[in-house]
Design a protein around this ligand. Structure first.
Ligand code: GTP
Length: 207
């Protein structure tokens, strides 16, 4: 944190080929390379950052795009440490990726209590064009999102659908929780002050 700015560590988790890198690419550079560049799996992790404005405050979002390949699972676990938010991605056209999303949610719930989870279905343009290709039941996805007290973000990196929305919500949720924590601290301080002033006004308490 510097100059009144807030940094939020965000991690992207999900099965290989789920569309994590494309999502970051769309969000940060507003482009989709899928039609020109062949798929390349992420090795280890990649980092990108973007500044958003929430309530007139600049918030710097730092995004860790992890590798989905199970070979890098141990590494991905290191990357989510200390994250304030996790975007858990699954491919709407691949059931196995939804099972993997469940796995990551379980991991985060077990090990990263302070990390808010955002469930994200990817490649909506494909199911929009051909609904028969949808492999993950909408109700099941909503139930999983409810489990993490969130919603399902249905996105497409190709068209840009709802990509900004996730990160704007991450930033505003973070700012709201910071404001709530500050308010709680103030309230506790007031209670302490009241208690000590009561004590000092109580004749029996004086020695
Ligand atoms: N049509 C369409 N294709 C997508 C979309 N998002 C990703 N893809 C394609 O899906 C493939 C995998 O996307 P990536 O973003 O590389 O997947 P990843 O989750 O980062 O994969 P790993 O790095 O292996 O973990 C690529 O060929 C992308 O072009 C999308 O929204 N629509």
């Amino acid at each position: 944190m510097s100059g009144g700015k807030v940094d939020i560590k965000v991690v992207l988790l999900g099965k290989a080929y789920a569309g994590k890198t494309s999502l970051v690419e769309r969000y940060i550079h507003n482009r989709f390379l899928g039609e020109t560049v062949p798929y390349q799996n992420t090795i280890g992790a990649a980092f990108g950052a973007k500044t958003v404005t929430v309530n007139n405050k600049n918030v710097i979002i730092g995004i860790w795009d992890t590798a989905g390949s199970e070979r890098y699972e141990a590494m991905s676990k290191i990357y989510y440490r200390g994250a304030k938010a996790a975007v858990v991605c699954y491919d709407l056209t691949e059931k196995a990726s939804f099972d993997r999303a469940r796995f990551w949610i379980g991991e985060l719930q077990k090990h990263e209590e302070g990390c808010r989870i955002y469930l994200c279905g990817t490649k909506y343009d494909i199911v929009e064009e051909n609904p028969a290709l949808r492999s993950v039941d909408e109700k099941e996805a909503k139930a999983l999102a409810l489990d993490v007290r969130g919603e399902v973000y249905v996105t497409s990196s190709k068209t840009g659908k709802d990509i900004e929305k996730i990160f704007i919500n991450i930033a505003s949720d973070y700012m709201a929780s910071k404001a709530a924590a500050a308010q709680k601290e103030d309230d506790e301080e007031i209670v302490k002050l009241r208690r000590s002033s009561k004590k000092s006004n109580c004749p029996a308490c004086k020695s």
